[in-house]
Structures are given as structure tokens and as C-alpha cells.
Write a protein that binds this ligand. Structure first.
Ligand code: GRF
Length: 225
């Protein structure tokens, strides 16, 4: 008998609500995603997402950034905590800390982030309000490899969300979040199947071909495979 390949070990970092974490937990439970979530780590002890992780029976850790004198010391403690779980992929799911260069280099090609805008538009905070202020007709969410540039690494997957004339930042955020929950399990499954990689020149590849731009899913379309 041929043994089934063991699922990819991942560690998920969160800071808050954890709805993207939940979408990943659900995708694993529904066998849409074959990964082994080794641990969920939060920099905030009160993050609601920690409860979601506990309910799913996952290992939970807190590395509270307020307990460290500087970014370097926090990142070192975070890295030590992550390494105990030996992940092949680190998933940033609403992790609201800027990471130091050393930390990012350590996980080069093995760390993904989700961002609520169509990158390179609107890196940083308050993306929905900024998209409305700029009069964008399309907004959305992006999955990218993490590099030193904040929200600046190669984008691999995006979902577009049309902006409605009566949208507020809240209504727009809710529709973007729905798409985030589709995107992240899909991108992680590509990585787990070794279809998605970061090559030695820092370019993202899918199925061995350099991605010259992200794969784009529209709100209405079926999920591409
Ligand atoms: C999401 O909008 C994500 O794109 C951004 O932070 C938010 C986290 O939401 N990076 P949640 O904690 O996953 O619900």
C-alpha cells in the first residue's frame, strides 16, 4: 500500500478576529485543503481568533509584543515559538505587526500574507476607506509572498470586488472579506501541492511558470483550479 503524502505543516499567525483563520480551519475540515495546522500564534492575548483555534482543537500560543523591549526581541521570540512547530509554511492571517528583515528572510518563500486591497494599490491600513475616497470602481483582496517591503511581495492571487455607489467602508469591507475567505484556502492549497513557489530570483511561480501578474478571480466566477 502506498502511504498518503503527509499534509503540509503550517503555523498561522493572527492578531484579532480570526475570520480568515476560520476559513482555513473550515477548508481543512471539509477536505478542500490538506494541511496540518500545527499551531495558531497571536501577538495579542485577547485575540478572538484564539478561541476559534481552541474550539478547533488546535495548539495555541501567545507571544505578546508588549512584553518585549523592541521589534527585534519580539521577532526573535516569535521565531523561536514558531520553530517549535517546524512549519513548511507560515500563514499571516490578520497579523498586524511589521516584521523585521531577519525574520522575513528566515521565512523567505515560506510565508504568505492576505491584504484587503488590490495590491499594489493601498498597502497599509484603512484600505476600504482609501479605496472609496479614491473613487475606485474595483476593490478587492490579495494574497502575496511576504518580503521586506510591507505588503509589497509578489502577489499571487486576487479577488476583485466591484464598488457600489452606496458603499461605506463597512459594507465594502464585508464583501471583500467574503472573498478573502475564498482566496486564502485556495492559495495555501496551491502552495501545499507545490504548485506555488517563490523562485531564487524572488518571482512567484505557479505550475513552474513565472507569474507576471496575480491570478484574478472575479466575485461571480467559479474558483479557478
Ligand atoms: C483581513 O481583512 C485581512 O486581510 C487583514 O486583516 C483582516 C483580518 O481579519 N490583513 P480576520 O482577523 O482574519 O477576521
Amino acid at each position: 500500500m502506498i502511504a498518503a503524502p503527509s499534509p503540509l505543516p503550517v503555523v498561522i499567525l493572527i492578531s484579532g478576529r480570526g475570520s480568515n483563520l476560520q476559513s482555513i480551519i473550515d477548508a481543512v475540515a471539509q477536505q478542500r485543503l490538506a494541511v496540518d495546522i500545527r499551531a495558531v500564534i497571536s501577538n495579542r492575548p485577547a485575540a478572538a481568533g484564539l478561541q476559534r483555534a481552541r474550539e478547533a482543537g488546535l495548539a495555541v500560543e501567545v507571544v505578546d509584543h508588549t512584553q518585549f523591549p523592541d521589534r527585534q526581541a519580539f521577532d526573535q521570540a516569535l521565531l523561536t515559538c514558531i520553530e517549535r512547530f517546524q512549519p513548511a509554511l507560515v500563514v499571516l492571517a490578520g497579523f498586524m505587526r511589521i516584521l523585521t528583515a531577519g525574520f522575513v528572510h528566515h521565512y523567505q518563500g515560506r510565508m504568505l500574507n492576505i491584504h484587503p486591497s488590490l495590491l499594489p494599490a493601498f498597502p497599509g491600513m484603512n484600505t476600504h476607506r482609501r479605496a472609496l475616497q479614491a473613487g475606485c470602481s474595483q476593490h478587492g483582496a490579495s494574497i502575496h509572498f511576504v518580503t521586506e517591503a510591507v505588503d509589497g511581495g509578489p502577489v499571487v492571487l486576487q479577488a476583485q470586488v466591484p464598488v457600489q455607489p452606496d458603499d461605506t467602508a463597512t459594507t465594502l469591507a464585508a464583501r471583500v472579506l467574503e472573498q478573502e475567505h475564498r482566496l486564502y484556502p485556495l492559495a495555501i492549497s496551491w502552495f501545499a501541492e507545490q504548485r506555488l513557489q517563490l523562485d531564487s530570483s524572488g518571482q512567484a511561480t505557479l505550475d513552474g511558470k513565472v507569474l507576471t501578474g496575480p491570478v484574478i478571480v472575479s466575485q461571480e466566477s467559479e474558483t479557478p483550479c
